[in-house]
Design a protein around this ligand. Sequence first.
Ligand code: ADP
Ligand code: MG
Length: 335
Amino acid sequence: MSDRPDGGQPLLAVRDLRTVFHTERETIRAVDGISFDIRRGETVGLVGESGSGKSVTARSLLGLVDPPGVVEGGEIRFKGEDLTDVGWDDHRGEISIVFQDPSNSLNPVYTVGNQIREALKIHRGLRGEAAVERAVDLLETVGIPDPKRRVDEYPHQLSGGMQQRAVIATALACDPDLLVCDEPTTALDVTIQAQILDLLDDLRTEEGLAVLFITHDMGVIEDATGRVNVMYAGEIVERAPTTTLFEDPKHPYTRALLESIPGSVSVDERLPTIEGEVPTPSEPPSDCRFAPRCPAAFEDCSAVHPELTDVGGHGRDHAAACLLHDDDFATEDDR
Ligand code: ADP
Ligand code: MG
């Protein structure tokens, strides 16, 4: 028995999630059967190249997939309830999202304070002086200097980094348990990026916030997350604690992503760069979707779909979906 109030269950447990887009020509399987957990107070990464299905995953978690997209299968279990079943209404605000470009998230015709107060009104029922005070508090929490003055400013009066802090303050106004950050620092320069990552880490340790951190950048994953899921063409192909993933990556795709970090040391000389791009899956997987780009691929890789299997040992939570790590297919030589 756990003595924790949540019984030790994860805050969010995604199981076999499938989100598809029914277009006239085909069904795009943007998120194709992914599973992962997020516990309270931890930052979990979701990393992959552009087009791998990260943003569709984020929107799925918030119930924000627009037609012709639809969450077609699986579970999004949040605090024990499957949101695909009970709907998002009872949990609105408990999951907040921060997008890449702060200027798209803030309304240019309202002051920063107005936008935070609107969120406080909707999600917390706070109005008047109490809401103003809370808005100033939130700006202070996210490290905006002189918050009493800034609260009355318009978005264009803030720098990009300060705008993203204001967006995070607005997201926090809902008092979320889970913050989904979809490339939150991609539009910012590296110094500001580091400050935002520090801020998110403070919120995690001080407020127990859980964060799903989405990025295409392995360098950011290393700085920002404790565990990581590597996504490729709608699937999670490797999952591990972040330090394990960096020390001992098992999937050739993960190795290639690590190779692509500027200034990184070569971990596998066969993979200098990743050529080609992520395919758009329209059929159920019958092969390894990375095989056409994989320098380690062998014959079975185009005929067998690799399942996520344990590669950790010693009780480590490390899994990879690659036939190289499946004794039924690969030989020592392949590996
Ligand atoms: P990422 O965030 O990893 O760059 P996305 O989640 O945005 O990737 O997109 C994954 C795939 O989902 C895209 O390659 C695209 O084929 C498909 N997709 C996303 N949005 C739509 C849409 N509105 N209509 C059709 N297909 C879409
Ligand atoms: Mg995206």
